[in-house]
Ligand binder design. Structure first.
Ligand SMILES: Cc1cc2nc3c(=O)[nH]c(=O)nc-3n(C[C@H](O)[C@H](O)[C@H](O)COP(=O)(O)O)c2cc1C
Ligand code: SF4
Ligand code: SF4
Length: 262
């Protein structure tokens, strides 16, 4: 019974979860969402997982596009796994609604707490705390794999709190339309070595390497890959990020993230 896990990841949390889950479930192909978006053929999988980060209490725009376009088998067992820094928001519900409109069913939605990567709001949490989260991640993945292999349905790991809904309304509904143009808020300081990694690692090709400094275009996802992976920590977002400790998952490399595009 062929299985697939599609993933989108900027700083490695979702890729780490996708890999661990694929190992636990077995017989699973891991596919980057960025590549799957170019594939219009029916996907030959009976079990399909989608692993991605929560953005602004909802879905990354690239995941929304993926859910609207991916050609899945009508009877596939589909589950969603979000990685998140604190609050899951309504990502699973949004995913479920998009699939439902296409005659597909989201069987279950799981949430895995990981270190947050939204540098404009906070810096990387201390490494000791990160390690604690990774230990919990291992346990959580075992539980998710068990539920998936048993074909469980109806699990939706979201907090039905009014605050969750209100923040979703304000941040996601109000803020998501501003995300594509948010590239204009990135800038680089003098430490930039012009190595070009930011342009290569951006999963949606939103950075051009000119003769001098990198240039941000107008279809940003605000995923933070460029800022978090820059080897000289030169990339800043508005005035909020200078001096803030950067984060990326310690077991995932820049090369791993680059592969989403190759
Ligand atoms: C634009 C943006 C918005 C985010 N919004 C949320 C959020 O609403 N709730 C939350 O818990 N974490 C939020 N985060 C944190 C990420 O969901 C979390 O760190 C995730 O594990 C990153 O996954 P990745 O390493 O695979 O990119 C946000 C991160 C970014 C970049
Ligand atoms: S990754 Fe950092 S150092 Fe390299 S070109 Fe981009 S901004 Fe400059
Ligand atoms: S420009 Fe930076 S933040 Fe925007 S999508 Fe590319 S890597 Fe992510």
């Amino acid at each position: 019974m062929p299985r697939a896990i599609y993933y989108f990841s900027a700083t490695g949390n979702s890729l780490s979860v996708a890999r661990h889950l694929a190992q636990k479930i077995g017989d699973t192909t891991i596919i980057a969402v960025t590549k799957a978006l170019k594939d219009t053929r029916e996907q030959p999988f009976d079990t399909v997982g989608i692993v991605y980060p929560v953005y602004m209490f909802g879905l990354p725009q690239i995941i929304e596009k993926f859910l609207k376009n991916i050609n899945l088998r009508p009877n596939a067992y589909i589950f969603s796994v979000v990685t998140l820094g604190g609050l899951p928001g309504r990502a699973h519900t949004l995913a479920k609604n998009i699939l439902q409109k296409r005659g597909l069913k989201l069987a279950a939605g799981f949430s895995v707490l990981m270190p947050g990567n939204y540098a404009p709001l906070y810096e990387a949490i201390p490494e000791e705390k990160q390690q604690g989260m990774f230990r919990e991640e291992t346990k959580k993945i075992e539980a998710i794999a068990e539920a998936v292999l048993a074909g469980k349905r109806g699990i939706m790991e979201e907090k039905p709190l009014i605050i969750n809904y209100l923040l979703y309304r304000i941040l996601y509904k109000g803020g998501m339309s501003l995300v594509p143009s948010s590239g204009k808020h990135f800038w680089v300081n003098q430490a930039c070595s012009k190595c070009g990694l930011c342009a290569k690692i951006c999963p949606v090709e939103n950075i051009q390497m000119g003769k001098d400094n990198p240039k941000w275009l107008d279809h940003c996802q605000q995923c933070m890959a460029c800022l978090q992976w820059c080897p000289t920590e030169s990339i800043q977002y508005k005035k909020k990020t200078p001096g803030r400790k950067r984060y990326h998952h310690p077991q995932i490399s820049a090369q791993d993230i680059l592969q989403q595009r190759e």
